[in-house]
Design a protein around this ligand. Structure first.
Ligand code: NAI
Ligand code: MG
Length: 491
């Protein structure tokens, strides 16, 4: 590839974390190379922090919570600072999108879409924090009882690599709006925009120590943060296995957690569906971000009379999908890492070896650098409902099709995994829309639409292995605070 000025952003930069409003290296001096998935080459570095660094950051957040102005500040003033942050994100949109794309390999337009969503999160929570009210409760004669919503204190946010800008924004927006202070540990594979947002938060006037960032590996920095006794609440998005480890660490201190652990989300296509509307959405729901999306629509259930028609149309669309470098802005970019590419390739190879038919494959663009982590999209048909690719999150551009007969079987198949994050229902029958939407186990259900990415105001979260707690919208403000009941005896 030639020179790409706009995406040479951050070349050679030694990024620092942000603790107590100051840039810092890891105490050990150790660093992690930042790789661009499009060519597999290192272009910058971040600190590799450990337990002692985490201790300093938690101490700073604790001090900012106990002694600083933040939790005592009127909610509308905190809101104004978050609104200012949203404006600064907007002013720096070009740089942030380029940085996110280079760090994660995602096409530039997806980087831009992520910035747009981040702006909306800070704007939404900037306006929402002063609209959460307590209650007065009728109680015994001679008493008045009321409730307050209080911040937890120090919130630890452990962020994954797939949508760092967006996931950080939904965590930080809600946590800060309610008066908590924060220590964020971004993923070692994609930390750069988190560092930049913390810098912009300082520039916006959010006081030092309120928004701290510690970079490093999950097993060291992440584990130290989730088990730190100075942390009051932990919020995590990522894999179920890491979610278990984080909950166990938090349980040692009996701290509350919010867990968003991905899904195996179904889209149900009934024979009466408007297929012209459905088809592009079915493809995008699993191709966006290379399939590395917690809410990816990775299973499509198709009513028998239209199964062949839908399968053929999807196969044709899949054959035209092309993966390539982020700056080429094709259908999808590289996957995040060699490890993730290997994981996806192994699951696909196992499914092929088990005899599950491949209906179609996309391709990797000819000029994609050979060191990049590209994986061509794959469409599987007639997938057995108990196959690993039907049950496990793949987190790659892989779609599985399943035929069904009638509403009962559709609901049974939709609910046949241990996950329950998002579902899509495609039918023009209004009564069926309501029936199926109620019976599908998922935190979000879309009817004749699909997509959790937008909609910062829509509560989001899972059932069962997809996790617990709710993020986004007003609901997140309840997760990020606790009810205090006060009773007055004036009888
Ligand atoms: P992961 O869940 O291990 O990583 C996510 C975050 O957790 C990173 O910041 C990481 O540093 C941190 N972490 C890792 N181990 C930790 C520990 N012991 N204590 C505290 N923090 C820790 O995900 P990974 O290994 O990168 O990806 C594997 C699979 O996880 C993917 O194939 C995908 O299925 C799933 N995943 C789901 C995501 C979602 O949005 N639901 C996001 C990322 C991964
Ligand atoms: Mg990277």
């Amino acid at each position: 590839m030639g020179a790409h000025i706009s995406t040479d952003v951050a070349d050679g930069r030694a990024f620092q974390q942000l603790v107590n409003g100051k840039h810092a290296d890891a105490l050990s001096g150790e660093r992690i190379d930042v790789l661009c998935p499009s060519d597999g080459k290192a272009f910058a570095s971040i600190p590799a922090s450990g337990e002692a660094d985490v201790g300093l950051a938690v101490g700073a957040a604790r001090h900012a919570f106990e002694a600083g102005p933040w939790p005592a500040m009127p909610a509308f003033e905190r809101g104004r600072l978050l609104t200012r942050l949203s404006r600064l994100v907007e002013e720096n949109a070009t740089e942030l999108a380029a940085l996110e794309s280079r760090d994660t390999g995602k096409p530039l337009r997806q980087g831009r879409a992520d910035v747009t969503a981040a702006i909306r999160y800070y704007e939404f929570y900037g306006g929402a924090g002063d609209k959460i009210h307590g209650q007065t409760i009728p109680f015994l004669e001679g008493y008045t009882a009321l409730t307050l919503r209080e911040p937890h204190g120090v919130v630890a946010g452990i962020i994954p690599w797939n949508y760092p800008l967006q996931i950080l924004a939904r965590v930080a927006g809600a946590a800060l709006a309610m008066g908590n202070t924060l220590v964020v540990k971004p993923a070692e594979d994609a930390s750069l925009t988190t560092i930049r947002i913390a810098e912009l938060a300082l520039e916006a006037g959010i006081p030092a120590g309120v928004f701290n960032v510690v970079t490093g590996y999950g097993a060291t920095a992440g584990a130290a943060l989730s088990g730190h006794p100075g942390v009051d609440y932990v919020t995590f998005t990522g894999s179920p296995a890491t979610g278990t480890a984080i909950q166990q660490a938090a349980a040692r201190n009996n701290r509350g957690v919010t867990m968003e652990l991905g899904g195996k989300s179904p889209q149900i296509v009934f024979a009466d569906a408007d297929l012209d509307r459905a088809l592009p959405v079915l493809v995008n729901a699993v191709i966006q971000n290379g399939g590395q999306t917690c809410s990816a629509g990775s299973r499509v259930l198709i009513e028998r009379p239209v199964y062949d028609r839908v399968a053929n149309a999807l196969a044709e669309r899949f054959s035209k999908l092309v993966a390539g470098p982020h700056e080429a802005d094709l259908d999808l970019g590289a996957l995040i890492s060699a490890k993730q590419r290997h994981r996806v390739a192994a699951m696909v190879a196992d499914a092929e070896a088990a005899g599950i038919p491949v209906l179609s494959r996309g391709s990797v663009s000819n000029d994609a650098p050979s060191g990049g982590y590209y994986f061509a999209p794959v469409l599987f048909g007639d997938v057995p409902p108990d196959a690993p690719i039907a049950q496990e999150e793949i987190f790659g551009p892989v779609l599985s099709l399943f035929p069904f007969e009638g509403e009962e079987e559709a609901v049974r198949l939709a609910n046949s995994t241990d996950y329950g994050l998002v579902a899509g229902i495609w039918t023009l029958d209004g009564a069926r829309q309501h029936r199926v939407a109620k019976r599908v186990r998922a935190g979000q259900v879309f009817v004749n639409a699909y997509g959790a990415g937008g909609g910062v105001e829509l509560p989001f979260g899972g059932f069962r292995r997809s996790g617990h707690g709710r993020e986004k919208g007003f609901e997140a403000l309840y997760d990020m605070s606790a009810t205090k009941t006060i009773v007055f005896n004036h009888g």
